[in-house]
Design a protein around this ligand. Sequence first.
Ligand code: AMP
Length: 433
Amino acid sequence: MQFDQLDLAEPLLLAVKDKGYQQPTPIQQQVIPLILQGKDVLAGAQTGTGKTAAFVLPLLQLLYSQAMPGRPRPIRVLILVPTRELAIQVYDNIKIYAEHLPLWTETVFGGVNINSQIKRLQRGSDLLVATPGRLLDLLYQKQVSLQEVNHFVLDEADRMLDMGFIRDIHKIMAYLPKSRQNLMFSATYSREIKLLAGEILVNPIEAAVDQQNAAANTVKQKIYPIKKENKRELISWLIGDGQWRQVLIFVRTKHGADRLCKQLQNDGIRCAALHGNKSQGARNRALAAFKQNEIIALVATDIAARGLDIIELPHVVNYDLPQVAEDYVHRIGRTGRAGVKGEAISLVSAEEAHLLHAIEKLINKKILRVEDTGFESVSLELAKKPSKSSTKPKKPQINKPRKQRTKSNKPAVKRKPSSNNKRRGDKANVNRG
Ligand code: AMP
């Protein structure tokens, strides 16, 4: 199928051509005609499938084909997203796709001054991309009206729920007119997502392009079973030895992100940390430096990295496995986007074996193990519970005096095997520019 078979107006076809898209992605082929018909849609599309254009293009088409309202333009399309980064990204996409159309778009999100957003909103806008918290602030201050919204999009709905936005979503929906088109996009489906879809969507059509809860098959996934204390050296070595030029590294905590980033810098790897404690300015600068290849590694927590679209990002590393299995799919979805090949490596310690098993159960696939890292490999098998038949019946203990532990019967402390691989970590000790 070609874009010109999708009933899109010439200015949109031109924008798509400018962007260099050859043909619509599968989600675009499925969803664009449904949105143009005015249907409510629940789309199970993971990141990197082209899902933003799948809703933005037809919505622009619908706005363009309606009579232009007077000025200031009322908001007719509301797109709710979970994070500032995603808001900026969707906003940037809209500007590109709407380049040849007389339509205006704005975005509002927290962490930056509200007054400049208020000023911009006063000029009027056809589309608004917003994060829930800041939008509610603006609604409470009566600085924005959603009364004319005809099309409501909930993007990355699963992440909205993970981040605890469900109450905010309900509050925002109370400001929307009853009659409207609703679109919901989610990378993963859970019971909660289906419940939310039941509340928001009316007779929705379900569209799913890939197997749910699976990563794009352009992503090569690997597991490195390794001791926790060797992870830092291994990642430095992988970057240095592989001459990686761009890697997104996920860690669990903000503190962990700062610490790893410092350590990588000590190894001569240009790096920045991205997490919720950083100011919006610092987050934007880190992201810009990463996209422009000024730094090699971006060490991020899940929330900060949500929705990042970095063209042809070659490597994603899970330095820590995520606590929630679905986050694995989101994380590795940062690479292998729009048909480009990518690699997702997870450094997994024995303590994280249960998380790995939950992930493999979710994606319904055993991920390839790479043992010859030069570092001592660890077992990622889950400890088997003893079966009932094999457990010996306990002897009843009758008034048996407890044996006192003396110095001589203390269990011997096992010595940590020393890493014989300093050599490998050292390879990254080269300042590559
Ligand atoms: P998304 O899933 O919306 O985050 O999009 C992922 C990437 O795919 C973005 O870099 C888009 O610019 C790109 N993209 C979207 N649609 C197409 C298309 N039809 N052909 C090629 N790339 C696309």
